[in-house]
Design a protein around this ligand. Structure first.
Ligand code: FDP
Length: 332
């Protein structure tokens, strides 16, 4: 029998008593998933579709934009603007928020996304992804246009989060706050099919992912954590570890969901607030997925999902994956 489709999965969730997935949220998730299909199609064309390479523009983070960053951003905006489920959107690629234009009906949710995560990988044909997060618009914004402050909610407020990964297969990994589920895109008929879930992070996997070249930025705690593991069976851990680094958070976190281990992109301990990953549309959605799969996620001292954001493009240090490994980093 064919695995069930994303639509059927969500409708069955919607029918549950005290459902975590009201109809409006279901329609929103299906719209995001549809946009991810279009992004997958654009990526797969590569040089033949003239989608590779960089533009002359920079995004708000001062990073040179890839053509696909802009294409994917536009696909997500176009798909989600008119459906009536959203009050506004925010993206890594846009300096300010994008309120739903007045010509369309407005809904009760806010969508935040990183249209192409790991975009340095696109031109060398390695996995990239789209990360998204959904929160409710605060009640106070009923009857007025949303403002940036409405988006500044702790990760615990997320009602859905997920990513699409464009790799050897195109997958959608999703949580609506009740487990993590993986869907594989069946390209011939354009359908997402349930292929894994509820997913649990395998424990005890001796594998860590970190960019070793950032060593000067590490705090003493992070340096000790990594050095203990590099010592392998001769060190305090008593066994050898493997290291992996894809330079695409989606790919690294997906490996952890499937195979275990831990992902680290610590903040720069020399400069307060300096870090690589963005809280609202990278760290928060990934943290919800990791916690829902039985793992832990921290900024190095406390749970990422408990952070009260102060700005839209705020950055944060990240350690996520196997609970034991995250706890080991916290141990004095
Ligand atoms: P990118 O900027 O290419 O989108 O989002 C930040 C991110 O990728 C992560 O996906 C990835 O883990 C990290 O940056 C890669 O950083 P390094 O260049 O330090 O490897």
């Amino acid at each position: 029998m064919q695995p069930i489709s994303l639509s059927r999965f969500l409708i069955e969730q919607q029918r549950l008593p005290e459902s975590p997935c009201p109809a409006e949220l279901r329609l929103l998730i299906e719209t995001v998933a549809r946009a991810c299909k279009a992004i997958s199609h654009a990526i797969s064309k590569g040089a033949l579709g003239d989608v590779l390479g960089s533009l002359k523009s920079e995004n708000v983070q001062g990073e040179v934009q890839k053509k696909l960053d802009v294409i994917a951003n536009d696909l997500l905006l176009d798909a989600n603007e008119w459906g009536g489920h959203l009050a506004g959107m925010a993206s890594e690629e846009m300096e300010t928020i994008h309120p739903i234009p007045n010509r369309y009906p407005k809904g009760e949710y806010l969508l935040l996304f990183d249209p192409i995560d790991g975009s340095s990988n696109v031109d060398v044909d390695l996995s990239v992804g789209t990360i998204f997060s959904v929160v409710r618009a605060p009640e106070a914004c009923a009857g007025r246009e949303v403002v940036e402050a409405d988006f500044l909610q702790p990760g615990r407020n997320q009602v859905a989060a997920g990513y699409a990964i464009y790799g050897p297969q195109t997958l959608l990994v999703l949580t609506i706050g009740a487990g993590v589920y993986e869907f594989t895109l069946e390209r011939e008929i354009g359908s997402w099919r349930l292929t894994d879930g509820p997913m649990r992070i395998p424990t005890g996997t001796r594998e860590f992912a970190i960019n070793m070249a950032r060593r000067p930025q590490w705090s003493p705690a992070v340096a000790r954590y990594v050095e203990d593991r590099l010592l392998g069976s001769a060190g305090p851990c008593g066994h050898d570890y493997n290291m992996r680094w894809t330079a695409s958070m989606v790919a690294d976190v997906h490996r952890i969901l499937k195979r275990g281990g831990v992902f680290l992109y610590p903040a720069d301990h020399r400069t307060p607030g300096k870090a690589r990953l963005r809280l609202l549309y990278e760290a928060n959605p990934m943290s919800l997925l990791i916690e829902q799969a039985g793992g832990a996620s921290s900024d190095g001292s406390a749970a990422i999902l408990d952070i009260d954001p102060v700005s839209l493009h705020q950055r944060v240090g990240v350690v996520m994956g196997d609970k034991e490994e995250v706890a080991a980093l916290h141990r004095p």
